[in-house]
Design a binder for this molecule. Structure first.
Ligand code: HEC
Length: 116
């Protein structure tokens, strides 16, 4: 049964990666539960806190900010918000789509001064 350890190792790797795969749906939930939305709005578009999405900061920068915030934002320790939950939040922020371009909105498109 030489294959057994290999199969077992494969199953462990699979189980681990399945658990750690960031989920935008979970992230949305955590973003609301942890109160991020109170200051950064429901889609991270900004409020009293700055805009976080679309195009969030690189993950490591966001994580370090959330862990060490010392301005008007409270720091979130791992006991309150785990690294996995932060990764989910990140997946959620990445999933937020950009707004429409000005050119795709008829009422706005014509506001640009024409050639004179
Ligand atoms: C009480 C309001 C408040 C809450 C709750 C809050 N933030 Fe913030 N956040 C801020 C403010 C205000 C700033 C701007 C810097 C400062 O004053 O701390 C900020 C800054 C940030 C930044 C840095 C943005 C940048 O571009 O520099 C990130 C990232 C961030 N918040 C993520 C989060 C996440 C994720 C959560 C939830 C886990 C959260 N915040 C909860 C108010 C809040």
């Amino acid at each position: 049964m030489r294959l057994y350890p290999i199969i077992l190792a494969g199953a462990l790797v699979f189980a681990h990666s399945a658990q750690a795969a960031p989920s935008a749906a979970k992230g949305k939930e955590v973003f609301h539960r942890a109160g991020c939305y109170e200051c950064h709005n429901y889609q991270g578009q900004g409020g009293v806190g700055p805009r976080l999405a679309p195009k969030p900061l690189p993950f490591e920068a966001l994580k370090s900010y959330v862990r060490n915030a010392n301005g008007n934002m409270p720091p979130y320790a791992p006991a309150v918000l785990t690294d996995d939950e932060l990764a989910d939040i990140y997946a959620y922020l990445q999933s937020v789509s950009a707004g429409p371009s000005a050119d795709s909105i008829p009422a706005v498109k014509n506001l640009k001064p024409g050639p004179s």
